[in-house]
Write a protein that binds this ligand. Sequence first.
Ligand code: GDP
Ligand code: MG
Length: 455
Amino acid sequence: LGRRLNSALQSVSASSSIDEQALDAVLKSVCAALLESDVNVLLVKRTRERVKKLVLPQLEQIQAKQGTEHDAMAGNKAKQLIHKAIFDELVALVDPGDDAPPAFNPVKGKTQVIMMVGLQGAGKTTTCTKLATHYQRRGLKVALVCADTFRAGAFDQLKQNATRAKVPFFGSYTETDPVAISLQGVQKFRSERFDVIIVDTSGRHRQESELFDEMCQIQDAVEPDMTVLVLDGAIGQAAEAQSQAFKEASDFGAIIVTKLDGHAKGGGAISAVAATHTPIIFIGTGEHLHDLEKFSPRPFISKMLGMGDMAGLVERAQEMAMANPERQENMMKKLEKGEFTVRDLKEQMQTIMNMGPLSNLTSMIPGMGALMGGDTEAEAAKRMKRIAFIFDSMTTEELDSDGALFRDATPAASGKGKGKGKDKGTVATTGGAKGAKGKAVATPKGAAASDSDSD
Ligand code: GDP
Ligand code: MG
């Protein structure tokens, strides 16, 4: 979608005179892109009408002045106008506005139950663990309950994910009543004073009515503070009907859209928000634990249009700092005093590595996604790991030094990576790695045609 919209907007920048005809042409191609991305037909039509109604009178004003101003200046103004109007309208599409339920922010010190609903394969089980990890990082005590007794292997999947994420879980191989299991699990973790209990449910039944019946029964039993609809980002035009059906049955208060990393056309997500007046709270951007991003309308749209998401990046960094506030504060003090050691560098790098896949981070930095190109993500991650190994092989003395002894090392004498202690091997390896890092950042990979973040 991003690519199509971008080229539509670029065609505005290319044409010199902007009149009603030019506006229509741009809107036509923007709408085609939206439709192709599975945004609901009526929504697209409404967007087009709104932009036109908004822009046209101002366009006429600009044109009336064209005799007095430089044509180029008038043209630029018109382009900005159209650009802004389209941006605002797209934001409005994913922003449910004032009638949306208030934001849900679990707090420490009381038990809050979150129930996940959605069709089989939407990504509920995966997202449960991602969400648990997210809240855990914020210092909350989180547990998972598996209430999917319909699909064989559902409990094993949750168990595996939870174990990997070090999140306590509850489920059963023998109990077949999902209501009983969820109630037991929630009661158990409630009595153990967990802050957040996430209940994973089943997504498929022989009949839709059975699924909705079960969902309502579990809801009545565990009384969730928040019900979350998990929606497959690739669902397309079916999103509207599906989200509406779930809304009527479960009255969910938030949406998480998954699989926005692949070739998913995010348009379904947009339609679901519009159909249910419910905000998207997170998006899933991969199969791994950390592939969960906080959603907010403006950054989502600007990222879609390829403008980067600095706010998201800052938030991610703050999150990491919050996970270990003392360490971060110590670091700041040290920096102020100019006492930054190799060990500090190592810790900072670890923090960055913990922030999740590099591609997620680079796509938040304007222009960075293009710079990284297609397959360099894996290389960059590998490079980071290599540097981490080098740090691990350093002596205490080296780690606590200011790194001055490495500065004279010649990058050409690249080491074999496992230099031990204070010998020259370690020194040379560090120099070599530094060189490699610098090179990768400075090498633009040309047009990042296959960049996944623009979808
Ligand atoms: P459930 O049936 O709703 O519980 O769905 P699952 O959590 O089992 O997920 C179904 C499939 O989608 C699994 O293979 C997941 O790895 C995959 N999946 C879930 N979320 C994402 C995502 O954000 N990105 C990608 N690429 N795959 C995802
Ligand atoms: Mg599942």
